[in-house]
Design a protein around this ligand. Sequence first.
Ligand code: SAM
Length: 237
Amino acid sequence: MNAPDTANDSKPMIQRHIQAGAVCCDTAWEEAYQRFESPEEEIEKFIKRLKSMGLVDRPRNIRVVELFCGRGGGLIALKRLGFTKMEGVDLSETLLLQNKTQARLHLADCRKLPFKDTTVDAVIIHGGLHHLPQLPDDLEQVLFEIHRVLKTDGTFHAVEPWLTPFLRFVHVVVETPWVRKVYDKGDALAVMIEHERETYEQWLNQPTIIRQLLDKYFVSRINRIAWGKLQFTGVKI
Ligand SMILES: C[S@@+](CC[C@H](N)C(=O)[O-])C[C@H]1O[C@@H](n2cnc3c(N)ncnc32)[C@H](O)[C@@H]1O
């Protein structure tokens, strides 16, 4: 049976730190993102990830912030795992408005976080850094901000795409026209890649500098590459 966390029809409360209208991705991308997975599939995936990235070892009353939170599947996953103080940050008001959680939401740019220094216990990203327009500068700025807001023993947990043989294979498959015709999820992924190609390829092509920047701000506890993803958990240096 579904938990009531997805049955909330009231409008989410959004604190606006920037003007609405700043988006990173066009309407076609947002439509494909919503077609790629159902909210329930996405929440299950996030729960598995949060378990494997060690967040579940932390007390449930810590302050957790999810960056690039989109429509909020990750915040629902946190709630189902028992966390009680969650906040989400995203640039897209359209996606924030689809949130069905009681979490506090911030319309803000992750390059300038709307939180005071050393006030957050854990920061999570489920795919967002690969949307940053300027690498490595924007990545450095986001990691600097995460480091600034985290408490001394704060943890950072991120999952991002990573160029492995498996991911190369997925790219070939979903860009095959007949596959796109018969496999809607594959077509959605191909549309997303088409519409984020510049930042996505920029991200996939700079693995060394990305790792160097992660190591500059965090002591890594989990640093694993599998199935075309990097899973990273680090403690603030
Ligand atoms: C791939 S989606 C991931 C959404 C969510 N984490 C998920 O997996 O469902 C990337 C999200 O990053 C947001 N975004 C992109 N650039 C941003 C920025 N500079 N600051 C805040 N959010 C940003 C987009 O609006 C989008 O919701």
